[in-house]
Structure formats: structure tokens, C-alpha cells
Design a protein around this ligand. Structure first.
Ligand code: ADP
Ligand code: MG
Length: 267
């Protein structure tokens, strides 16, 4: 069942077009990776899915409803976002940050009640952050902070989780822990996940489907084995890679060979 449909989406901040003719469907329960070089429009696309930016051309449908017609607070009950750069100037506690996730569900003058606290606690349990509840966000390690931000996103009780390079500053263990957590939420809670990442091999391992952007166009999308070909990677990133099937995971595996695309492959 299609949950998110993009129909000929085009967007520009000023000139030129940053996204053009983006059309694709994301099914309920999918784990989708968005790949592409710096500046190819990945973050802009996520901001459009989040309702922060409105497309100038085309439209986005969520559950068959035009995103443009959904008010932001309503949308926040369906879509939650975790990005890489979380800078808070106030020393909020972990519990306070997770409770902020409840705000789309609160009416104007109502503070969090017992139910909201319980939902926040459940979110912290799922992300293994309950023991951090009283700690200040400023004291946490990068991996802990990203788990707390997932907890805050879960407290929103969304159907769709958008991730923008959420593991950019994490080491390989914490990257994998993070993606394992997201994968379990995807599988067990049927959360639909759309994740921007630069790590092609992690995307290959965790994602059901990939979108590869180049210069604001959707160059190719589909299953990792169809998207992650040597030709596609070379065409989009201008680097030489070899792609094989990892014997350990059965997934496509990229090995960088160097930046010069015009050299002959030595095989
Ligand atoms: P990515 O996330 O793939 O690196 P972005 O979506 O951030 O790419 O950016 C796509 C293009 O839009 C880039 O050329 C970038 O410079 C431009 N851009 C991004 N944000 C803004 C903005 N707020 N104002 C003007 N141009 C922007
Ligand atoms: Mg970006």
C-alpha cells in the first residue's frame, strides 16, 4: 500500500532548480535510503516530505491526502524527523527532550499528562535511553544523543520516520547500533523509514529500496541490487568502484577504486 507518493516534484530556493521531476512511491513499512552526492538535493527532499518546504511544482501525497492540505501540527503526528545536527542552547534533560515529541498531540493550553509521560517512557525504553532520563543532553555522547532523538521522534507516534544523515558523526559500532534500532522499529512497529545517508554499504545492508539523486533528479530508484551498479555509481559520483555481492550479507557491496573515472579498470 502506497503511503507516500511524489508526483513530479520540483523545487528551487531561488535559481536554479534544486529538485526537478521527482516521482516515486514509498510503500507503508518500507525502509528507503536516499543517496547522492553533496548538494544533489537529499536534505531538500526530506524537508519537502516533512512539510517544511512546499514544492513549487508537482505534489506529495501522504496516505492519499495532499501534504499541502495538512496542517503542520497534524503532519507532525504522522511524520517525525531526526537529523545529524542537534544543537540546543539550553541544557534540557533527556526526559524533557523526549516529552517535546508529544507537543503535536497536546492542545494549545494543555501540558503533558500521565499518558504523555508513559508514551515518552516507552519511547525511551525502546531506544535504551530510560537510564539517561535525568541527564542533560549536553553531557551525552553522540550515540546516546541520537538514540534520545529517536526516542523523541517515537514519542510523536509517527507513521513515517525521516532521517537526515543521522549517523554522520558516529563510529561504525554506533552507526550499526543506530541502524539496527531503526530496522527493528521498521520491522516490529511497521514504521516507514526514509533515511539520507552517505554510507552506501550500510544503505545496501539495511534498506529495502534506494533512491539515487544526481543534480536534483532522481537518477534511479529501486532495489539495492538494481540501483547499486558500477555504472550507476560512476555516473552519479564520478568515481570508480567495483560492486560485488557480499558473501557474508548477500547484499551489494561497493569497493572504492579511486577518483579517476577515465582510467581503465585493471581487471
Ligand atoms: P544535499 O542534502 O544532497 O547535500 P541539499 O538539499 O542540502 O543537498 O542542497 C541542494 C542544493 O540546494 C545545493 O545546491 C544547495 O546549495 C542548495 N540549498 C540548500 N539549502 C539552501 C537554502 N536554504 N537556500 C538556498 N540554496 C540552498
Ligand atoms: Mg544534506
Amino acid at each position: 500500500m502506497t503511503l507516500i507518493a511524489l508526483e513530479n516534484v520540483g523545487f528551487r530556493y531561488a535559481e536554479p532548480w534544486v529538485l526537478k521531476n521527482i516521482s516515486c512511491e514509498i510503500a507503508h513499512g518500507d525502509f528507503v535510503g536516499i543517496l547522492g552526492p553533496n548538494g544533489s538535493g537529499k536534505s531538500t527532499l526530506l524537508k519537502i516530505l516533512d512539510g517544511m518546504l512546499a514544492p513549487e511544482e508537482g505534489k506529495v501525497l501522504i496516505g492519499g491526502v495532499a501534504l499541502a492540505s495538512i496542517r503542520r501540527k497534524e503532519l507532525a503526528k504522522t511524520v517525525a524527523v531526526v537529523t545529524q545536527d542537534f544543537r540546543m542552547t539550553f541544557p534540557f534533560s533527556v526526559q524533557e527532550v523526549v516529552l517535546m515529541g508529544r507537543s503535536p498531540h497536546l492542545s494549545k493550553w494543555r501540558f503533558e499528562g500521565e499518558t504523555d509521560v508513559q508514551i515518552a517512557r516507552n519511547a525511551m525504553t525502546m531506544t535504551d535511553t530510560l537510564h539517561l532520563a535525568g541527564r542533560s543532553m549536553e553531557e551525552l555522547s553522540g550515540g546516546e544523543r541520537q538514540r534520545v532523538l529517536i526516542a523523541r521522534a517515537l514519542a510523536q507516534e509517527p507513521k513515517i520516520l525521516l532521517l537526515d544523515e543521522p549517523t554522520a558523526f558516529l563510529d561504525i559500532k554506533h552507526q550499526m547500533d543506530f541502524f539496527d534500532l531503526v530496522q527493528s522499529l521498521n520491522r516490529r512497529n511497521h514504521l516507514t523509514v526514509v533515511a539520507v545517508t552517505h554510507d552506501i554499504n550500510l544503505a545496501s545492508l539495511y534498506c529495502d529500496r534506494l533512491m539515487l539523486l544526481k543534480g536534483g533528479h532522481l537518477f534511479v530508484h529501486g532495489r539495492p541490487e538494481d540501483v547499486l551498479t558500477e555504472q550507476n555509481i560512476t555516473d552519479v559520483y564520478s568515481v570508480r568502484v567495483s560492486v560485488d555481492c557480499s558473501p557474508a550479507t548477500g547484499r551489494p557491496r561497493i569497493s572504492p577504486l579511486g577518483a579517476q573515472v577515465n582510467e581503465q579498470k585493471s581487471r
